[in-house]
Design a protein around this ligand. Structure first.
Ligand code: UDX
Length: 480
């Protein structure tokens, strides 16, 4: 029986290994993590991450050929294939701070593998890593090899949160990069056989190591770039009276462009896009390519611009001040169907409003109060460094209230803003909400989920990203 061990039981490692176990009953899969709390959760009825369909997959295999445990070294030493799926956050200090990937967790995983291994291993990079990380890992392993043969593969994961199980069941492609040597090619084939249990062979792409590593950064950069492109257009649409939904629909009909990832929004979030682009920018700078670096940096700049533009629009429409006013925030997660708040645009929007002394009443169907309070009191990039979480909120606790439904959040509020496209926000009783709000009552839709004309009929002043502006908003221009 082939044995797989995955180091890291997070958003990528957990679901990916569960699907491998489901699709490959002949393979034993152990997911290991040093966090006792996380492993306990994986072994309970309350999985540590919310992902549609995941519960079902885990229930079918857990205890049969899928195991979650903290005995890291035992499972690493017994495995034939070791996936490494640990955090690679952005460095917060030292060389490359704010841009480069922090490979501390990766390096210690590699050293531990070298320490405990007694037989040949295939080591698979699953975390998104900078190009040439495999080479560094290979050096650590071979310099400590004790005669053991290690083959390093890069097998980046393209799943998106909220659709992880579907993405894993039907991937657009599986990418496996390895050394161009007979041993490297053999290792590629071994991993390919695992995926071939359910992925058509023509969707399994084999490349060299560097291409696989770079493809992951490039794919995320391209996706984020589409969003920044459409968001840049949304500002122009507002200025000219065009409608961004109509523009992106027309643009996306071009088969060379395609319709996906062209929804204007308050900005993209999530653990990957910003981090990977910063990483790409850093690699370009290190390789003497400042023009390429600044090209990609612009994608992040536009994303930041979009968030501050949104806050400015809110403040300027509400008579240039939100000081002391209650504002309802509907949605805090970085997108719907997840409780994940990493790099969510809601953090920057809320901090912007708090900076103008607003009182926030926040509701999200999946994000806990503790999480929201923590996010609003942390510095950028701290979220992925759980060991040094600390700074206390510069904002008074009273300024932020987390509540358990949209009606409570909006009661007596001057304005409400929608920051996550949760389906339930489309069907809220807006008449009731309007009646309970201060007047004039404002809606700022950062995801274009509500029917603006219906809301205007009720009496709201409505701002929708990239849509023609109300007379009111035209009279109160936002300064970006
Ligand atoms: C992304 C990639 O899609 C995935 O392939 C990679 O493995 C990890 O990073 P994820 O971060 O889970 O996945 O979410 P995604 O669905 O890509 O959305 C990212 C952000 O972009 C969200 O904040 C989303 O709301 C926003 N978005 C997406 C838009 O603003 N407009 C769009 O048209 C699409």
């Amino acid at each position: 029986m082939v044995k797989i061990c995955c180091i890291g039981a997070g958003y990528v490692g957990g679901p990916t290994m569960a699907v491998i176990a489901l699709k490959c009953p002949s393979i034993e899969v152990a997911v290991v993590d040093i966090s006792v709390a996380r492993i306990t959760a994986w072994n309970s009825d309350e999985l540590p991450i919310y992902e549609p369909g995941l519960d079902d997959v885990v229930k079918q295999c857990r205890g049969k050929n899928l195991f979650f445990c903290t005995e890291v070294e035992k499972h690493v030493s017994e495995a034939d294939i070791i996936f490494v799926s640990v955090n690679t956050p952005t460095k917060t200090r030292g060389l490359g701070a704010g841009k480069a990937a922090d490979l501390t967790y990766w390096e210690s995983a590699a050293r531990m593998i070298a320490d405990v291994s007694k037989s040949d291993k295939i080591v698979v990079e699953k975390s998104t890593v900078p190009v040439k990380t495999a080479e560094a890992i290979e050096k650590i392993l071979t310099h400590n090899s004790k005669g053991i043969n290690y083959q390093i593969l890069s097998n980046p994961e393209f799943l998106a949160e909220g659709t992880a199980i579907q993405d894993l069941f039907h991937p657009d492609r599986v990418l496996i990069g390895g050394r161009d040597t007979p041993e490297g090619q053999k290792a590629i084939q071994t991993l390919k056989k695992v995926y071939a249990h359910w992925v058509p062979e023509d969707r399994i792409i084999c490349t060299n190591l560097w291409s696989a590593e770079l493809s992951k950064l490039a794919a995320n950069a391209f996706l984020a770039q589409r969003i920044s492109s459409v968001n840049a257009m949304s500002a122009l649409c507002e200025a000219t009276g065009a409608d961004v939904t109509q523009v992106s629909n027309a643009v996306g009909k071009d088969s060379r462009i395609g319709p996906k990832f062209l929804n204007a929004s308050v900005g993209f979030g999530g653990s990957c896009f910003q981090k990977d682009i910063l990483n790409l920018v850093y690699i370009c700078e290190c390789n003497g390519l400042p023009e390429v670096a600044s090209y990609w940096k612009q994608v992040i700049k536009v994303n930041d611009y979009q968030k501050s533009r949104f806050v400015n629009r809110m403040v300027s429409s509400m008579f240039n001040t939100v000081s002391g006013k209650k504002i309802a925030i509907l949605g805090f997660a970085f997108k719907k169907d997840t409780g994940d708040t990493r790099e969510t645009p809601a953090i920057d929007v809320c901090k912007g409003l708090l900076g103008d002394n607003a009182h926030l009443s926040i509701y999200d169907p999946q994000v806990t109060q503790e999480q929201i309070q923590r996010d609003l009191s942390m510095e950028k990039f701290d979220w992925d460094h759980p060991t040094h979480l600390q700074p206390m909120s510069p904002y008074g606790v009273k300024q932020v209230n987390v509540v358990s439904d949209a009606h409570e959040a909006t009661k007596d509020a001057h304005g409400l803003c929608i920051l996550t496209e949760w389906d339930e926000f489309k069907t809220l009783d807006f008449k009731r909400i309007y009646d309970n709000m201060q007047k004039p009552a404002f809606v700022f839709d950062g995801r274009n989920v509500v029917d603006a004309s219906k809301l205007r009929e009720i009496g709201f002043i409505v701002y929708s990203i990239g849509k023609p502006l109300d007379a009111w908003l035209k009279d109160m221009p936002a300064v970006a």
